[in-house]
Design a protein around this ligand. Structure first.
Ligand code: ASP
Length: 302
């Protein structure tokens, strides 16, 4: 069974940004789906789909990501191959246009799972992944957004992200290929005006991303600190294993646990080992799209 599901963040996406989100998740879906149709692996499909959203400035991933308190971009990404539960991740990288590709390199070529900062960039250079200038990742919208925040004390309080439910345009994908292998991946610039060095759920295996061929795959988006507390992605996988493989029920239960235990908000995409989907979010909107071999045409909604 071929199957792929995409997300492009869960938050109060303004009316004026709905169309760019729809286009962005549909483009990623089309690229990932074509990779699967052409015989590519689930890992290829997830990497390619996420790269397209990292390159699309609509999203908080790759180019156009949120800036931290110092006005810098710091990117995080992770990928997991459910065949042998192999995984790779990078965090706090400043000079990488497509961190999902670097995360895949870590998975494929390193004995480690998570590389951060300078070490991750050193690994990229050694493996022929081109470094960019940190400023090449910054667009006008994010520079202006960051400038408007400077001097606003309410953006530096301990609970400012939680109170304001700030935008979160993290991207993710989960796919199943012709061999029924499952892969999940997630990429983000993290939260707006974050403390330098802050790492959220997205690059943490089990929190932002999880895949296991025996059960399915999950990618998350939302307030990362709460997602970490409930080990969101693995929690949803465990719920699905326990409920006999029902992805929608697992997604809903996961979001309920996130809200109840950690007062968290966000969304999850889920794929089970039959190529069926689950989606749940407790934010006003979530950018999402999916397609599988039994559907006639792709589904996308914001
Ligand atoms: N989960 C991400 C983080 O906390 C943010 C997001 O999903 O947009 O870094």
């Amino acid at each position: 069974m071929l199957s792929i599901i995409i997300h492009g963040g869960a938050w109060d996406i303004p009316d004026g940004d709905v169309e760019s989100h729809r286009q962005g998740v549909l483009n990623a879906l089309t690229i990932g789906w074509k990779t699967l149709i052409d015989g590519g692996s689930a890992v290829d499909a997830v990497e390619q789909a996420i790269r397209s959203m990292e390159d699309d400035e609509t999203f908080d991933a790759g180019y156009g990501s949120h800036l931290n308190q110092l006005g810098e971009v710091e990117l995080d990404a992770s990928i997991m191959d459910g065949k042998k539960i192999r995984c790779g991740a990078v965090a706090v990288v400043h000079a990488i246009k497509n961190p999902i590709t670097l995360a895949r390199k870590v998975m494929d070529e390193s004995e480690h799972i998570l590389l951060v900062g300078e070490g991750a960039e050193r690994f990229a250079a050694e493996h022929k992944i081109k470094l960019c200038k940190p400023d090449d990742l910054i667009n006008k919208r994010e520079r202006e957004r960051w400038e408007a925040l400077q001097g606003r004390k309410d953006f530096k309080t301990k609970d400012s992200f939680h109170k304001q439910k700030r935008s979160s345009d993290t991207v993710g994908a989960v796919a199943m290929d012709k061999n029924n292998n499952i892969c999940a991946g997630t990429s983000t610039g993290g939260t707006l005006n974050k403390y330098p060095g802050r790492v959220g759920d997205s690059p943490l295996i089990g929190c932002g991303t999880y895949a296991d061929n025996e059960v399915g795959g999950v990618s998350t988006t939302g307030w990362g600190e709460a997602m970490i507390k409930v080990v969101m992605a693995k929690t949803v996988i465990d719920l699905m294993e326990a409920n006999g493989g029902k992805p929608q029920e697992a997604a809903e239960k996961g979001i309920e646990i996130l809200r109840r235990k950690a007062d968290g908000f966000g969304g999850v995409i889920v794929l089970n080992n039959q190529g069926q989907f689950g989606i749940s979010f407790n934010t006003p909107r979530m950018a999402r799209a999916y397609m599988n071999s039994v559907m006639n045409e792709p589904f996308a909604a914001i």
